[in-house]
Design a protein around this ligand. Structure first.
Ligand SMILES: Nc1nc2c(ncn2[C@@H]2O[C@H](COP(=O)(O)OP(=O)(O)OP(=O)(O)O)[C@@H](O)[C@H]2O)c(=O)[nH]1
Ligand SMILES: [Zn+2]
Length: 202
């Protein structure tokens, strides 16, 4: 697989201008997906050789943009911006909507969940993989950014396993908070039960 290179870095003030973020595009990914790196310098002093805090965040239009209560994505993205802006590091915003099946298929899966199927069964009912994400692209993005060691902000063991398998040194797994509500409780319980996400729900 070809190496990615950085195409463009551009500063964008986000959160109504309170946070400066550098959005980074890449050359060399022939999937046609426009994955984005977002760099935060950090507002607190860093020790020499500090390993950046990194989040791989899979796209969720319903959660990230509209604050859907059916999942925890929007709150996790907000948490990631807060923490990474403070400590310094990267969000890799991966265009793998619906765990890779796409937005329309995710809506079909939601309709099936409304009939009682869980989040993974619903994908299977649609003859789609439970989770179709490939995090090797994130390893290639990190290579292009010359980041070989990360502290990974996640509760999903698959992300660290795939990064490690693709040559990235995950020196620490930093759990995200648990953002539970009445609509997403079952979704979170299912992730913990079936995919070993490190979520402690009361
Ligand atoms: N197919 C499907 N996708 C969903 C559903 N709910 C959320 N998603 C998608 O799941 C993905 C969640 O990705 P991430 O935020 O990276 O999180 P994660 O794999 O749960 O791992 P963490 O790092 O612990 O947050 C997004 O792409 C969402 O669109 C669902 O019910 N069905
Ligand atoms: Zn979501």
């Amino acid at each position: 697989m070809s190496k990615l290179t950085i195409k463009r870095r551009v500063m964008i003030p986000v959160r109504a201008g309170d946070v400066m973020a550098e959005f980074i595009s890449f050359n060399g990914d022939d999937s046609g997906k426009e994955h984005i790196g977002i760099y935060f310098e950090g507002t607190t002093p860093k020790k020499d050789g500090a390993v950046p805090l990194v989040r791989l965040h899979s796209e969720c239009l319903t959660g990230d943009v509209f604050g859907s209560g059916r999942c925890d994505c929007g709150e996790q993205l907000d948490e990631a911006i807060d923490r990474i802006n403070e400590e310094g590091g990267y969000i890799l915003y991966l265009r793998q909507e619906g765990r890779g099946i796409g937005l329309y298929a995710k809506l079909e899966a939601y309709a099936l969940q409304d009939q009682g199927y869980d989040t993974y069964e619903a994908n299977e009912m649609l003859h789609l993989p439970e989770d179709d994400r490939d995090f090797s692209i994130a390893a290639r993005m990190l290579d292009a950014l010359e980041v070989s060691k990360v502290r990974l902000l996640t509760n999903n063991p698959d992300k660290s396993e795939q990064l490690t398998a693709n040559g990235i040194d995950v020196v620490e797994i930093v759990p995200t908070q648990v953002h539970v509500n009445q609509h997403n409780r079952q979704y979170l319980e299912t992730k913990a039960k079936r995919k070993q996400h490190t979520l402690k729900l009361d």
